[in-house]
Design a protein around this ligand. Structure first.
Ligand SMILES: [Zn+2]
Length: 146
C-alpha cells in the first residue's frame, strides 16, 4: 500500500504528488521540491537532488541511507537516481501533477460514457496512449524507460 504524499514546491506554486514504494521511506525523505516556476533554486547537487523536466527533488539522503540500510541496501548504492528509479520515492504517475490532471481529464471522458458507450471506450483508449506519448516526448524521466 502506498499512501498519498503531497509536497508543495518551495515557492508555493504547485504541489507534487509522490508515491513511496511500500512506504519504506516516509514522506520526510523528500526534503524540498522545486517546480519550474521556483526562482530561488539552489545550485544543483547531484548527491542529494534529482532533476526531472524542470522540477528538482531534494532528498534527505541521510534518512534514505539509514532506512534503506535497514533493508540491506548498501550506503554506496543509495543515490537520488536510485531512490527515484526504484520507486522508493518517486512521482505518483509520470509527473508531479499527473494524478491530479489525469483525474480531471478522466472525468470529462467518463461523462461521455453516459451518452455514447462505444465512443467512450475509443476515447479512453486513445486518451491514455496519447497521454503516455506526451509524457515521453516532454522528457519525463519515468516515461523514458517504457
Ligand atoms: Zn514552485
Amino acid at each position: 500500500m502506498c499512501i498519498e504524499i503531497k509536497h508543495k514546491c518551495v515557492g508555493g506554486h504547485q504541489s507534487a504528488q509522490f508515491s513511496n514504494l511500500d512506504n519504506l521511506l516516509p514522506a520526510a525523505v523528500i526534503d524540498k521540491v522545486y517546480c519550474p516556476q521556483c526562482v530561488e533554486k539552489p545550485e544543483f547537487n547531484g548527491a542529494t537532488m534529482l532533476a526531472d523536466n524542470g522540477w528538482v527533488i531534494e532528498y534527505d539522503m541521510e534518512l534514505a541511507v539509514y532506512l534503506l540500510g535497514k533493508h540491506g541496501i548498501e550506503k554506496e548504492a543509495v543515490t537520488p537516481e536510485f531512490i527515484f528509479d526504484n520507486r522508493y520515492s518517486t512521482w505518483q504517475g509520470m509527473s508531479p501533477t499527473d494524478m491530479e490532471e489525469s483525474i480531471r481529464e478522466r472525468q470529462d471522458i467518463i461523462a461521455l460514457a453516459k451518452v455514447d458507450k462505444a465512443k467512450y471506450f475509443a476515447t479512453m483508449k486513445s486518451w491514455s496512449i496519447d497521454r503516455m506519448k506526451a509524457f515521453t516526448e516532454a522528457g519525463w524521466r519515468k516515461a523514458q524507460a517504457a
